[in-house]
Design a protein around this ligand. Structure first.
Ligand SMILES: Cc1cc2nc3c(=O)[nH]c(=O)nc-3n(C[C@H](O)[C@H](O)[C@H](O)COP(=O)(O)OP(=O)(O)OC[C@H]3O[C@@H](n4cnc5c(N)ncnc54)[C@H](O)[C@@H]3O)c2cc1C
Length: 307
């Protein structure tokens, strides 16, 4: 793994650094590039101006008491209600460790079930983020459970993991939603491809499976969560060669990253959604964004000198 990426990912797990960095004005300023604001209102306002559908996620992970986890579930209930009232094309994506997975799997499932029930009442999709490999088995198990109760549940899968090709064998026949991403956590070389070129190649192999006619017949909602222009071009080309209409390809990107490409894809007729994160607990998430593109560190530094 690239040294800078490694250091940034290690930093994302450091409490010492989090406590200090989040107080610095120039860091807070730099964060706004990836986040329209800390509140739900800011995320909804951004949805109105983007002109494409969005997925909202409240930042936060690894909560340390169950009351916090219940508060997160209540927050997402409010979000679902606000989405209903606004009539905006918005979905939500949740992290299981934010719903209490570290503390009690049972409570986490209970919290998630309340959200799945509400999403079902509103006929909305609900997504489950995927975190580090410490949680992969439990996340996929819980996904399967929720999907049995309501078919519009989706989970994220990571192309950097060797296991994902195998996981797909059991996930694909279930239908539901699968959002393919490269993977954002620090993983050892016996679990994840250390070389970026191998991750990229595996991404395309997995994408190809998601596009196959057999999988499409199972009505899996496949999402390509990437900003990578080479991969996007290959997926578009594959879609064309399979005779798929442009809207059958759904791409998702993160707020603030490659906005012109988001517009180009939407103009080409593809389905495009932007994932908007909001909330106060942005530190580990922001460090993962820096690790994805260490050149972003220069952007933070420029913010320091701009003040
Ligand atoms: C919708 C969505 C949901 C996600 N959900 C999860 C999840 O649940 N679990 C998880 O582990 N990961 C998740 N991720 C993050 C993902 O794993 C990658 O870390 C991230 O998308 C960067 O990979 P990439 O495919 O864009 O390719 P890369 O090869 O990293 O980037 C390709 C190009 O995109 C641009 N780019 C990428 N990242 C940045 C950045 N941070 N800043 C500026 N430019 C950038 C650059 O131009 C870069 O050259 C999600 C990503 C998306 C888009």
């Amino acid at each position: 793994m690239n040294v800078v990426r490694s250091l940034l990912l290690a930093g994302s797990e450091s409490r010492w650094l989090r406590e200090r960095a989040t107080k610095l004005r120039f860091v807070r300023g730099a964060v706004t590039r990836f986040m329209p604001g800390e509140t739900l209102e800011a995320a909804l306002d951004a949805t109105r101006t983007l002109g494409v559908g969005t997925v909202l996620t409240q930042l936060g992970e690894n909560v340390t008491d169950l009351e916090q986890a219940r508060a997160v579930a209540r927050h997402y209930q409010d979000v679902l209600e606000r989405i209903r009232q606004s009539g905006l094309d918005v979905e939500i994506s949740v992290k299981l460790t934010q719903l209490g997975l570290d503390l009690s799997r049972e409570e986490c499932e209970k919290n998630l079930s309340t959200l799945v029930e509400r999403a079902r009442a509103l006929s909305r999709w609900i997504w489950i983020d995927i975190e580090s490999t410490a949680y992969t088995d439990r996340t996929l198990d819980i996904y399967r459970q929720m999907l049995a109760a309501y078919p519009r549940v989706g989970v994220c899968i990571q192309a950097y993991l060797y296991r994902t090709a195998e996981d797909l064998k059991t996930l694909l026949p279930l239908g539901g939603g699968l959002r393919l991403v490269k993977g954002a956590y620090r993983e050892p070389p016996d679990r994840a491809f250390p070389k970026k070129s191998d991750v990229d190649e595996n991404y395309f192999k997995l994408a190809d499976r998601l596009l196959s006619p057999e999988v499409r017949a199972k009505s899996v909602r496949a999402i390509f969560g990437t900003h990578d222009p080479a991969l996007i071009a290959r997926i578009e080309e594959r879609g064309r060669s399979l005779g798929l209409p442009p809207e059958a390809l759904e791409f998702q990107m993160l707020y603030g990253i490659r906005r012109q490409e988001q517009e180009r894809l939407a103009k080409a007729g593809h389905t495009v959604r932007v994932l908007i994160s909001y909330g106060e607990a942005w530190f580990p998430w922001y460090m993962r964004r820096l690790a994805e593109r260490p050149a972003n560190v220069l952007f933070v530094a420029r913010n320091l000198f701009a003040r």
